[in-house]
Design a protein around this ligand. Structure first.
Ligand code: HEM
Length: 489
């Protein structure tokens, strides 16, 4: 590598000049900014395996799909988990996502002036000339968590009902992710800190005390012995597929936990009880901040641009008028797919502010590899970051730095090319397993909120506060809110 220069990871990502030349992060660690190179690294079968950065994420003794760095073991676990995460399986759980959306809409209605005219639950005064106000970002966060509770355990975590971060569960997860993100850069340090046996003697640091972990443990225990009615498998057959399942968890439904237990009964030690727990529990960690962050970015970007906001609102109003989307109640996945401008706004939000803020890291296969005319030695760590890759001007245009949804609608061929180089869900054998769920809930909830409420940023010139733990955790999406007179429910 000619002209190698050692610079810090942060500087490499934030301030590296536009160039396709890999930037050195440390000895044998390079940051790649070329989307084409990223595609080569993240393609299935290329044998760029995860680095030990991921092994820091707990529980190290029983890795889930995200934290498992042994590629063959990962493949085995992912095969089982792919079944309940399919779009078909997720759509079967749609009614429970719908209930959570109803609850979100009704909680947001409490902030609207006509509903109360007095103090709102968030402490904001409603009934002002501009409507009530609400920290929409926080409520989207509660929503993302409660959906995961329903999908994984047939049980809401209760954030929307309480209207707050119950037992500081969200903060706890963010703090853990912050630890993982920092210590993951030098994984050996984990042995001195969290993996140090002395930590077990400090109750506040015992993860089993945390709300989400406690609920996951309780739900596992409730369903024992596995295979009976209580596990959600009664009436089913260990070999049937998702479409024909009898019985289910919770109130008679087949949730993620029930499907994973079924996978365990079928695969035995190939997918152990520990794997059932780790995968169901890990879903909450991987799926909450990521989905919330994506929705927060969407709203902030759209509401920051009066032109985009007006076009999107017009598209939704027209769809209601023509009957393309329901005038009341929940919006279906297929209805949202028929809103091209909304889809363009969503892709554009995931392009300019992808939810993963830290590097996705992989190790070059032992024999080394040539990518775009450059040879990478075996064992070199390569780092990829959507915030850099998605701003490539060759792929996304000279105005790649700005939020302009129209770029997705101008030329079908170019849109297909841009789509190929989007990495908001990673890629290859480690592509996000929860993307169907995330997209399903986002496609259902955002058009409904835009149909039923008017939003306006309280601080139009203020950026969201963002910190990258692994995901980009954001704060500050405060809006004026008003119920539209046309909203029926
Ligand atoms: C918009 C929301 C989401 C975004 C942007 C997102 C993004 C990502 C990305 C970029 C990766 C790859 C990370 C890497 O290779 O280092 C990933 C992996 C993963 N995601 Fe998501 N995610 C989202 C939602 C979810 C949800 C809802 C779940 C689960 C309920 C989930 C579970 C996972 C898991 C288990 C992995 C590891 C997959 C593997 O290594 O095979 N994600 N996600």
């Amino acid at each position: 590598m000619a002209e190698e220069e050692v610079i810090s990871p942060t500087r490499a990502l934030v301030s590296s000049p536009r160039t396709d030349r890999p930037r050195q992060l440390a000895a044998a660690a390079l940051s790649l900014s070329s989307p084409r190179a990223a595609r080569a690294v993240l393609s299935a079968g290329k044998r760029f395996y995860k680095t030990d950065f991921y092994a820091v994420f707990p529980p190290p003794e029983n890795p889930d799909i995200f934290t498992e760095i042994r590629e063959d073991v990962h493949a085995q676990k992912k095969k089982v988990a792919n079944v309940p995460y399919s779009l078909a399986a997720m759509r079967q759980l749609s009614p429970f996502i719908d209930d959570t959306i109803d609850l979100l809409a009704s909680r947001l209605t409490e902030f609207c002036p006509a509903a109360t005219g007095v103090m709102t639950p968030g402490g904001g005064v409603s009934g002002t000339a501009r409507g009530g106000h609400v920290d929409l970002g926080a409520w989207l966060h509660y929503f993302a968590f409660d959906v995961l509770g329903e999908v994984a355990f047939s049980r809401s975590f209760g954030f929307l009902a309480a209207g707050l971060d119950v037992e500081h569960a969200i903060r706890t997860i963010d703090e853990m992710q912050r630890y993982n993100g920092i210590v993951g850069q030098i994984p050996e340090v984990d042995y001195l800190l969290r993996r140090n046996p002395l930590w077990k003697w400090v109750p506040a640091l015992d993860p089993s005390n945390a709300l989400i972990t406690r609920i996951a443990i309780e739900e596992m225990d409730k369903r024992r012995p596995f295979g009976g009615e209580k596990s959600g498998l009664g009436g089913g057959d260990a070999n049937d597929d998702v479409g024909m399942l009898g019985g289910a968890g919770g109130e008679g439904r087949r949730d993620l936990l029930a499907s994973l237990i079924k996978g365990h009964l079928k695969e035995g030690s190939g997918f152990s009880e520990g794997d059932v727990f780790a995968v169901a529990h890990g879903a909450i960690f991987a799926g909450s901040d990521s989905t919330a962050s994506t929705m927060q970015s969407f709203f902030h970007q759209v509401l920051s641009s009066p032109r985009v906001h007006a076009s999107l609102t017009a598209e939704i109003e027209e769809a209601v008028r023509t009957g393309a989307i329901a005038a009341e109640g929940n919006v279906e996945w297929t209805e949202a797919q028929a809103l091209p401008y909304f889809q363009a706004c969503l892709k554009e939000a995931m392009r300019v502010r992808p939810a993963v803020g830290l590097n996705i890291t992989r190790r070059v296969p032992p024999e080394g590899v040539e990518i775009e005319g450059q040879f990478f030695r075996g064992g070199t760590r390569v780092a990829l970051n959507g915030w850099v890759l998605h701003r490539d001007r060759d792929v996304f245009g000279q105005d790649a730095d700005i939020f302009r949804p129209e770029r997705w609608l101008e030329d079908e061929e170019e849109a297909r090319t841009m789509e190929r180089y989007m990495f908001q869900f990673g890629g290859g054998s480690h592509v996000c397993i929860g993307r169907n769920l995330a997209l399903l809930e986002i496609n259902k909830v955002i058009p409904r909120l835009l149909r039923d409420f008017k939003f306006e940023l309280m601080y139009p010139n203020r950026e969201l506060k963002a910190k990258a733990t692994f995901f980009v955790v954001q704060e500050g999406l405060e809006v004026y809110i008003e119920k539209k007179s046309s909203a029926k429910a």
